[in-house]
Design a protein around this ligand. Structure first.
Ligand code: MG
Ligand code: MG
Length: 256
C-alpha cells in the first residue's frame, strides 16, 4: 500500500534527503584517480553519523556498507573495495541515510579525471532522463508516465534502459510502494497523489539493457560489459507538483 505523507513528515524527509545530498557533495571533492571506494565509504559513514543519522544501506537486506559504489560496467549495488579509481573511470555512488525515522536515498554518477565523449553523453542523458521523469510526477498522472518519459529519452540515443531494477516509494522504509520503473506506458499504473514520496532513479546503459549479477550476490553489471550511469532524486508531490527533496547543488558547486 502507498503511504501518503503529511506536510510535517515531508519536512522530516527533506532533512534526511538533504543530508544524503550533502554527503555526496562532500564526496565530490574526494573523487579523483587514486582514491579507493572503501575510503569514500568510510568518510561517508563518519559524515552521516556526525550529522545525527545512520547509514541507510548498511545492514539493509544484509548489505555490508554505507555506499553502493558501481564502477564503469557496474550498474548498481557495487560493494566498496580497495581498488583505486583510475583516470577515465566513472563511479555511480548511491547513498542512503536514516534520520528522524525517515530515509533519504540519492545517487550520482561521477567522472574520475578525464572521461571520453561517448561516456560523457551517457551521463548527461541519464541525468536528463531523471529530470524528464520527475516532470511527470504530478498528481493525477500515473507511474507509467514517469517511466515512459525516461525510456523515451534514453532510447532516442540507442541506450539500454535497465528493467530488473526500479525506483520506489520511500519514507519510514527505504523501499515502499509503489515501484517506479524507468520504462512504461503513458497513463498506466498507480495514480499519483499529493503526499506521495518517490525515489526516481534511471539506470541507463550505453549498450544492451540486459544485466547480470556478480558472484558476490550484490553487484549488478551490464551483460555486454559496457558502461552504465545512475542518477536518483527523492521527490514529494506537493500541491500537485513534484518537489525535489534531494539536490545536486552540493555536488555541482564542487564540480564546476
Ligand atoms: Mg539509491
Ligand atoms: Mg533508491
Amino acid at each position: 500500500m502507498v503511504k501518503i505523507k503529511t506536510k510535517d513528515e515531508i519536512v522530516l524527509m527533506r532533512e534526511s534527503a538533504q543530508l544524503v545530498s550533502k554527503t555526496l557533495g562532500m564526496l565530490a571533492s574526494e573523487i579523483k584517480p587514486g582514491i579507493t571506494p572503501l575510503k569514500l565509504d568510510s568518510i561517508s559513514e563518519e559524515y552521516i553519523r556526525d550529522h545525527g543519522a545512520i547509514p541507510g544501506f548498511k545492514g539493509l537486506y544484509g548489505f555490508p556498507n554505507t555506499l553502493c559504489t558501481s564502477i564503469n560496467q557496474e550498474v548498481v549495488h557495487g560493494i566498496p573495495n580497495d581498488q583505486p579509481l583510475k583516470d577515465g573511470d566513472i563511479i555511480s555512488v548511491d547513498c542512503g541515510a536514516l534520520k528522524n525515522g525517515f530515509y533519504g536515498d540519492q545517487a550520482y554518477t561521477f567522472m574520475v579525471g578525464e572521461v571520453n565523449e561517448e561516456i560523457k553523453q551517457l551521463i548527461q542523458v541519464t541525468k536528463e532522463c531523471l529530470s524528464f521523469g520527475i516532470e511527470q510526477a504530478k498528481a493525477g498522472n500515473r507511474i507509467g508516465d514517469i517511466g515512459f518519459a525516461i525510456q523515451q529519452h534514453a532510447e532516442k540515443y540507442g541506450y539500454g534502459v535497465v528493467r530488473e531494477l526500479v525506483g520506489h516509494g520511500i519514507g519510514k522504509k527505504m523501499h515502499e510502494s509503489p515501484e517506479v520503473p524507468n520504462f512504461g506506458k503513458r497513463g498506466k499504473g498507480t495514480k499519483l497523489k499529493n503526499g506521495m514520496t518517490l525515489a526516481i532513479e534511471p539506470m541507463i546503459n550505453l549498450g544492451t539493457k540486459n544485466v547480470k549479477q556478480m558472484n558476490d550476490g550484490w553487484t549488478i553489471v551490464t551483460a555486454d560489459g559496457r558502461p552504465s550511469a545512475h542518477f536518483e532524486h527523492d521527490i514529494a508531490i506537493v500541491n500537485g507538483q513534484p518537489e525535489i527533496m534531494t539536490t545536486f547543488e552540493y555536488i555541482e558547486k564542487v564540480l564546476v
